[in-house]
Ligand binder design. Sequence first.
Ligand SMILES: Nc1ncnc2c1ncn2[C@@H]1O[C@H](COP(=O)(O)OP(=O)(O)O)[C@@H](O)[C@H]1O
Ligand SMILES: [Mg+2]
Length: 268
Amino acid sequence: MATHPGGLTPSSAPDGTAVRVRDLTRSFSEAGGVLDGLDLDIAQGEFVALIGRSGSGKSTLLRALAGLDRDVSGAGTVDVPDSVSVVFQDSRLLPWKRVLDNVTFGLRGKGATERGRTALAEVGLEGRERAWPHELSGGEQQRAALARSLVREPRLLLADEPFGALDALTRIRMHVLLRRLCEAHRPAVLLVTHDVDEAIVLADRVIVLDDGVVASDIRVELAGRRSQADPEFAALRARLLAQLGVEDDHEAPVSRRAPSHLDRRAAS
Ligand SMILES: Nc1ncnc2c1ncn2[C@@H]1O[C@H](COP(=O)(O)OP(=O)(O)O)[C@@H](O)[C@H]1O
Ligand SMILES: [Mg+2]
């Protein structure tokens, strides 16, 4: 376990817990805090989706867990595993390095190249090892970013709207891939998304961030394959949208529907 510095009190999480956050506060100015005494536990191998209005502090929380929050003040306890990988909305591949070199960048040890190749094959990019990042589609770049994360065998995968810039079909393919990779590697996952359906399809638990705390924490208990057509899926979507202050318009006539699963007025 690693406890991040910055006025935080060290402690160690109990066995079986990957992430343990206690009384976390973060603020960027005197005016007010973004996170305000937040508590969160994530079990090893558990997949948690984090939703919340735009500006509610989702990225701030993710950066705190990643240890990437230097320009912010705060206190509290953040325990995370020693190996953490982060995926962002843009792939952040280095444009001057070929795909395989991006995946293995910073990896040490003799087997690094072979591990990189295996990771690329796992995300369906076999044969693209020598491509430059700009030669890949947006979806392929995100797959390369996932390979770069997973080749490090993280105990915790942090993802901040990783599919937010992809078209709907590519996003569905990425959901299937991510689920498969997580079942194979079993990292704990915290996925930030503005897409309630994405949260329900992928996660074991969906948490809603509001007023600087976890305002709701819902276990997804849908049997079998998760289908948007399932009435229980729809009920959970309605509940989560209500938490976000958004009206669910899936039942509305097509002409009245918002352009995506989630009305962009209230959440991002
Ligand atoms: N580097 C920063 N400097 C000042 N304010 C920031 C900074 N990063 C985020 N904020 C503010 O903190 C709040 C939470 O931001 P963020 O965590 O990015 O929200 P979310 O990811 O939920 O949209 C917002 O009001 C945002 O404007
Ligand atoms: Mg954000």
